[in-house]
Design a protein around this ligand. Structure first.
Ligand code: TTP
Ligand code: MG
Length: 488
């Protein structure tokens, strides 16, 4: 059953990398601009597209089409990620349901906002384009009114993205994700399009090839081709039994639904990524060159990890060996291991990455690596800032974890903290005396502030005991008494 109760907006930033560069350097707005990665133009501004420049075109071909093409290197993704995060944050100010789809696309579920706005003003006006027939028969569920309100909200958000960040975007407004995504690219750039449910079938058929249906990957499309299904229409007309012979039941049903534009999946709120990684295409044949590439990747990666704020627990490397049968492709192999390395200890990271590398590549033979990647996965959260003794101890050890110098070893941070304090206390002229009855080793491990607190507890206790030497009063719950109890 197709449910029309939601209003979903899909946002896609126009010529994303090119716009980020144009925001940084407005002079680039008036020239045909291409973003270069290695030997290809990964994207270009719309001025360059007028010359026929396409995504992933070779530089030589692009230059032939447009000799005035200005090229900017786009291999460092830092600014693009930053901008992507800013757009994401801005969208979150409209709805808690924002799902990131790559760096320049987001779904936003604005159903609640639409409801609120319709309560304030019943009337909603169409903003932007409509796919199909504006006067298509009205659905009884009220979806048309909701989607029109959605088009007003989409315009409002796009205006805000432009005012705050200088970026133009396209938007698709529909009652589910797949339709919002498809309809959004009907009118580009800097435009928005709404789809009413009655026209969903027409939109899906307009794609023609099943390969153009989002979420039907190449693997599924290849299997469909083997059973002679290549068009959306053929997928509509085939029966589930036929699909069930090559896919499991759920997948078969899902493919059929998608081809009709039926998609009840929710907008999943995007949390922090499960892994943070980078990889580069390369041609590496020597150990030294591999190390240099790891260094390069690590430098960029550490900036991202520090910004993310979590502590990586696992390092993973990716290697693609040259395969003469697939000179442009081939399988990637990965190896990973647990780590406990301060983020400043780059040498230790490289050493660990190289150890993993030699698990994939035979150290005694020659090699040719065409892709090298480095990533961190499995993160631990940084402790909260709450001011408890426990978080104080944790916080200090984590602070060290982030800030310690390259001489740090690969020890547990808490142990390192212990050593640090011991040095601190033993060498300090202001070292605080360990009160009688408290374990000296434990005491020495504690931060000066805590030692100070325990000493004060001890002296206060002592005064109290001296005053009421015969008193049977129970001991108050102080740190000093706690440590005394631990010892006995
Ligand atoms: P897209 O959304 O495909 O393209 P775009 O935003 O540049 O252009 P538009 O939406 O106006 O059609 O990709 C987003 C960014 O991803 C793009 O700016 C550059 C980058 N990219 C790559 O790095 N490699 C690729 O192969 C492609 C297609 C894009
Ligand atoms: Mg885009």
């Amino acid at each position: 059953m197709d449910d029309h109760s939601r209003v979903i907006i899909h946002f896609d930033i126009d010529c994303f990398y090119a716009q980020v560069e144009m925001v940084k350097n407005p002079k680039l707005r008036s020239v045909p601009l291409g973003i270069q990665q290695k030997t290809v133009v990964v994207t270009s501004n719309y001025l360059a597209r007028e010359y026929g420049i396409k995504k992933c075109m070779r530089i030589s071909e692009a230059k032939e089409l447009c000799p005035n093409l200005v090229l900017v290197k786009g291999e460092d993704l830092y600014d693009y990620r930053q901008t992507s995060n800013k757009v994401f944050e801005l969208l979150q100010s409209y709805s808690p349901f924002v799902e990131k789809l790559g760096m320049d696309e987001n779904f936003v579920d604005v159903t609640e906002l639409v409801k609120e706005r319709l309560q304030q003003a019943q009337k909603a006006d169409l903003v932007g384009f409509v796919f199909g027939d504006v006067n298509s028969t009205e659905c009884v569920c009220g979806c048309q009114e909701r989607l029109l309100k959605g088009s007003e909200i989409a315009q409002e958000i796009r205006d805000k993205v432009y005012t705050n960040l200088g970026l133009t975007t396209c938007a698709g407004i529909a009652h589910n994700k797949i339709l919002a995504k498809i309809v959004g690219s009907e009118n580009k750039p800097n435009k928005q399009t709404v789809l009413f449910p009655n026209d969903a079938l027409e939109l899906m058929l307009s794609l023609r090839s099943v390969r153009r249906i989002p979420w039907i990957g190449n693997a599924a499309a290849d299997v469909l081709e083997r059973i002679s299904i290549t068009t959306v229409e053929e997928l509509h007309n085939c029966d589930l039994e036929q699909l069930g012979r090559v896919f499991d039941r759920d997948k078969a049903k899902n493919l059929k639904d998608l081809s009709f534009g039926i998609d009840n999946t929710p907008v999943k709120t995007t949390g922090k990524p499960l892994s943070i990684g980078l990889e580069d295409a390369c041609k590496l044949t020597e150990e030294k060159a591999v190390q240099t590439k790891f260094h390069e990747l690590l430098k960029r990666l550490l900036i991202l990890v520090k910004e993310d704020g979590r502590i990586p627990k696992v390092i993973r490397i990716t290697v693609r060996k040259f395969n003469p049968l697939h000179p442009m492709g081939g399988l990637r192999e990965t190896r990973q291991c647990h780590i406990n390395i301060p983020l400043t200890n780059e040498e230790k990271f490289i050493q660990t990455a190289m150890n993993l590398f030699w698990k994939i590549i035979n150290r005694n033979g020659s090699f040719k690596v065409t892709v090298l990647g480095l990533s961190f996965t499995k993160f631990a959260d940084k402790p909260s800032e709450k001011n408890t003794l426990n978080t104080f101890l944790m916080k200090t050890s984590q602070k060290e974890y982030f800030e310690s110098d390259a001489s740090c070893s690969n020890q547990e941070p808490v142990l390192k903290r212990g050593k640090f304090l011991q040095d601190n206390v033993e060498n300090s002229e202001n070292a605080i005396e360990c009160p009688p009855g408290v374990d000296k080793t434990v005491f020495k491990e504690l931060p000066l502030e805590v030692q100070q607190e325990i000493w004060s507890d001890y002296t206060r206790n002592k005064q109290l005991m001296d005053k009421n030497s015969k008193s049977k009063l129970s001991k108050p719950n102080t740190l000093f008494n706690f440590l005394q109890r631990q010892k006995h």
